[in-house]
Design a protein. Structure first.
Length: 579
């Protein structure tokens, strides 16, 4: 439905008798002389005090809540993966990660032991991460990644304002930028665990700004960096190329970008990534697009052919849950007063990333607060800028009030959804059953975890529960419970030195979420087995956070406390299962 609607809107816009760019300000800008261009692009014209204040407010608020989320143990597994990737890369072991190995097909499907020398590039091809390695080298911590993510997204808003000022008045450009900073598709992903897609607004807006200025070396550089973000960001570049083609502004450049985006995605997923592991064909491609494949393994070329040869499956997937897709588009465009929905060039750029999301199976990827939402942001906002360039007369006081109301509504929706638990102490995680933790209680619990973590040497191997993983990921050997063995640099399989588990967190959430209930159900017998066999001893137990150490006896009082706690969990799980 969304793809067909996009095609219809785009085609309608492209069939206008008059080229839309014949009416836009850029068409006149192209006729300006060089001195006038330099004046137009001066720093004073692009970055005014109001937009800098707006960016500072966004940066400050998201940074405070983002760091608070991390330090109170709501950052989870992916934060640990990226931190370990950076830490290993800093020590010359580029893109290696034992945490990523846990998710590999060798471990998931073949039951192999996770390895410290596993290269994450087999799962996601992300060379652009190395751009920020010097920053991480100054402050090697998972918290640094929070600051980096917030900074990149904030910079994306400033670049959007610079782009809007080529077409629009300062007041209108400021409103567009305010829409960016208040968009749920921006706020949600910025509060998530660190992700490579946070680089997309900076690279795409820089590319479009360089295109407007016709600084072609910068266009090619940004296109290259965009491809380096991830193996599938070629789809975003493809959309930019399509825009250049259909707008008839830079058709040759557009054709090259389309070919580069499509060709690079095929090259990386069929040549580069398989050189590191077979995860792309055995796990990630199948888990997302397996409904089009005939077996349990497929290359991207085979998937593309299957998609092209089974249009009925494609239509069934696209039309699945239409209310979800409509709501997603409404929330995506709410802070722009739904303008992108009727802007052809917004569909030209954002339509392809949207189609990619719509074609996936399983749990709907159209979550406004997950990281994929930000892939649509550059196209939707740039399309809105182009639309406003020919409809600036509609920017009247009454419409400004409506726009401000939409921004306020978007912020309220974002707060109510509690994106990635960033506002856990304001909004309950669940209303029925009731799950809520106050700010003082969570900080008290965090202090107990911090105290136990001090007992773990910085070079020791560790297995931890999900929300503790980021805090122990600055080391070579780290796993997620229930994995207790790792293949080290000597290629030997060894038991980890420590296990640390947050039972309080699992207990709190298991009443409403099956995943936590399953983790708690598996963790209790695992700890019983490890302690009864004297492989590990209980050396710490605070606020239902347990610390085990390999090869030492349990402290008698702590072991007694654990046995009582384990019996309580067994009884509770039996009751929860019976409901």
């Amino acid at each position: 439905m969304t793809a067909l609607a996009a095609c219809g809107i785009v085609v309608k816009g492209f069939r206008d008798e008059q080229n839309p760019f014949d009416r836009c300000l850029h068409y006149r800008h192209m006729r300006l002389k060089a001195p006038e261009f330099r004046k137009l692009f001066s720093a004073d014209a692009l970055f005014s005090r109001p937009v800098l204040i707006l960016a500072a407010i966004f940066f400050s608020i998201t940074l405070v809540f983002g760091l608070h989320r991390y330090f109170t143990y709501f950052a989870s597994y992916d934060q640990g993966i990226f931190n370990q990737v950076y830490w290993n890369s800093l020590h010359g072991r580029f893109f290696q990660s034992s945490l990523s190995s846990v998710l590999s097909s060798a471990v998931v499907h073949d039951n192999q032991v996770p390895a410290v020398f596993y290269h994450r590039l087999g799962q996601h091809f992300t060379p652009a991460l190395l751009l920020w390695l010097p920053i991480y080298a100054l402050f090697p911590s998972p918290a640094t990644l929070v600051v980096l993510q917030v900074s990149l997204v904030t910079l994306g808003g400033l670049l959007l304002y610079a782009l809007a000022r080529l077409y629009l008045s300062p007041a209108l450009s400021l409103m567009v930028t305010a829409g960016y900073y208040s968009s749920n598709a921006v706020i949600g992903p910025v509060f998530s665990n660190f992700h490579d897609l946070c680089q997309i607004p900076v690279f795409v807006f820089s590319l479009l700004l360089a295109m407007e200025k016709r600084i072609w070396w910068l266009v090619w550089l940004m296109a290259f960096l965009l491809l380096m973000v991830r193996e599938d960001t070629g789809v975003v570049l493809f959309g930019v190329g399509v825009y250049m083609l259909v707008s008839r502004r830079f058709p040759r450049v557009g054709l090259i970008l389309c070919a580069a985006g499509f060709g690079y995605a095929l090259l990386v997923t069929n040549v580069f990534m398989p050189a590191f592991s077979d995860d792309i064909s055995r796990r990630f491609a199948i888990e997302r697009f397996g409904q089009y494949a005939s077996g349990n393994q497929a290359t991207t070329v085979q998937l593309l052919w299957a998609i092209a040869s089974h249009p009925q499956r494609v239509l069934a997937t696209i039309f699945r849950e239409p209310e979800v897709k409509v709501f997603y588009l409404l929330i995506q465009t709410l802070t722009l007063v739904l303008i992108p929905l009727r802007a052809p060039y917004a569909w030209a750029i954002a339509g392809f990333p949207l189609l990619q999301l719509c074609l996936q199976k399983g749990d709907s990827p159209l979550g406004i607060h997950i990281r994929y939402a930000i892939t649509l942001v550059p196209g939707l906002f740039y399309g809105a800028v182009l639309w406003w360039s020919t409809h600036a007369n509609q920017f009247k006081p009454r419409f400004r009030q409506l726009w401000a109301g939409c921004i306020a509504l978007s912020l309220l929706i974002g707060l109510a959804y509690n994106p990635n638990e960033a506002f856990y102490f304001i909004v309950p995680t669940s209303f029925k059953p009731w799950i809520y933790v106050s700010l003082p209680r969570q900080w008290e619990h965090a202090s107990h975890i911090n105290h136990l973590l001090q007992e773990i040497p910085p070079d020791a191997s560790v297995s931890a529960t999900t929300y503790i993983v980021p805090h122990v990921s600055t080391r070579r050997e780290v796993l997620r419970v229930p994995f207790m063995q790792v293949r080290n640099d000597q290629n030997d399989v060894v038991d980890v030195d420590y296990l640390i588990a947050d039972l309080w967190q699992l207990e709190r959430y298991q009443v409403a979420f099956k995943l936590e209930r399953g983790h708690l159900r598996d963790l209790v017998p695992l700890i019983d087995t490890l302690t009864s066999q004297n492989r590990y001893g209980v050396v710490g137990l605070e606020d239902k956070v347990i610390l085990l150490k390999k090869g030492v006896p349990s402290q008698p009082e702590l072991l007694k406390t654990w046995k009582g706690l384990a019996q309580e969990y067994r009884s509770r799980l039996i009751k929860e299962t019976a409901k």
